[in-house]
Write a protein that binds this ligand. Structure first.
Ligand code: SF4
Ligand code: SF4
Length: 300
């Protein structure tokens, strides 16, 4: 599997693992976390996105589209059944109101991008991070590219929600220098409600990685009113302590920075009225986790 769907490549990233990194965002995720700040990474395929606020209503895109996929009903309407994602409308829209999110890239092309910053990785002990979406949702492609990075002695990080069949984890873990592993909610019913899936596989996969001696930093997004209660924090800390080898937890305070993306994608953002987390709350959670002897970082 030498090709995969990518929706972004970010150079000089400093919050996605140690040192200076290139972060490659793979498309597709099975979770639907209410607070997701990368909703453009959720679908597995590329998509055409229309930003009404930028549109100057010239309607030139309608004339350009050979598939008759665009029409006008007070605003531009995309017929996804007809659109073949050729991108011609987006290329020609002077207002940049249309955009194709996601493109197919080969391992070779991505390696070329990654290699551009090798000198920075070497000077800062950085490397490459695979994020998403959920990188494990393109397992064959991820494995090939991780293996290639390992061959080239480039430090690899996989930033994951851990939701994947264990066989996939088994297949890739030996090519991963560090997992950034999200844990959100211990109560399974609540986990299903706020992410769309059970947490059972996620917790089992973390246990498996610990058993295999993988290097892991847990990431704990703190979402007001959803998982910031003392009960949940204590349950998470109890579980992680029981595993024995988890030393570092990064607290990621919720921020509503992704909300505008939902408007662009024409999707509902359920967190619209939720405020950012207060500093006092973060401090309180940090202190609880420190009582369990974890090293706690705030932010990535
Ligand atoms: S070409 Fe761009 S600005 Fe013009 S109608 Fe289409 S989306 Fe709007
Ligand atoms: S991406 Fe291509 S097929 Fe789809 S609406 Fe634009 S021009 Fe038409």
């Amino acid at each position: 599997m030498n090709k995969g769907f990518i929706f972004d490549i970010k150079r000089y990233a400093v919050h996605d693992g140690p040192g200076i990194r290139t972060t490659v965002f793979l498309k597709g995720c099975s979770l639907r976390c209410w607070w997701c700040h990368n909703p453009e990474g959720q679908l597995f395929e590329p998509e055409l996105v229309y930003n009404m606020n930028r549109c100057r209503e010239c309607k030139e895109c309608i004339a350009i589209c050979k598939e008759d996929a665009l029409s006008w009903r007070k605003k531009l309407v995309i017929n996804k059944g007809k659109c073949n994602l050729c991108g011609k409308c987006a290329e020609n829209c002077a207002s940049e109101a249309l955009e194709i999110i996601g493109r197919e890239m080969s391992v070779k092309e991505i390696i070329r991008e990654i290699e551009k910053d090798r000198i920075f990785y070497e000077e800062s002990n950085g490397g490459v991070t695979f994020s998403g979406g959920e990188p494990l949702s393109q397992p064959d492609f991820l494995k090939v590219i991780l293996r290639e990075c390992t061959k080239r002695k480039i430090h690899t990080v996989v930033d994951t929600c851990g939701y994947a069949p264990q066989k996939i984890i088994e297949d890739i873990y030996s090519f991963v220098n560090l997992f950034l592993y999200d844990i959100k909610i211990m109560n399974d019913e609540k986990h299903r409600k706020y992410t769309g899936v059970s947490n059972k596989i996620i917790l089992e996969n973390l246990k498996y990685l610990v058993k295999k001696g993988a290097s892991i930093e847990v990431r704990l997004p703190i979402i007001p009113g959803i998982n910031d209660d003392t009960n949940n924090i204590n349950e998470i800390a109890d579980f992680l302590s029981s595993l024995g080898r988890i030393k570092i937890i990064s607290i990621l305070p919720y921020h509503g920075a992704g909300s505008e993306k939902y408007t662009r994608l024409n999707r509902r953002y359920r967190m619209r009225n939720v405020k950012n987390v207060e500093k006092e709350k973060i401090q309180e959670i940090k202190e609880i986790l420190e009582e369990y002897k974890f090293k706690v970082k705030i932010g990535g």
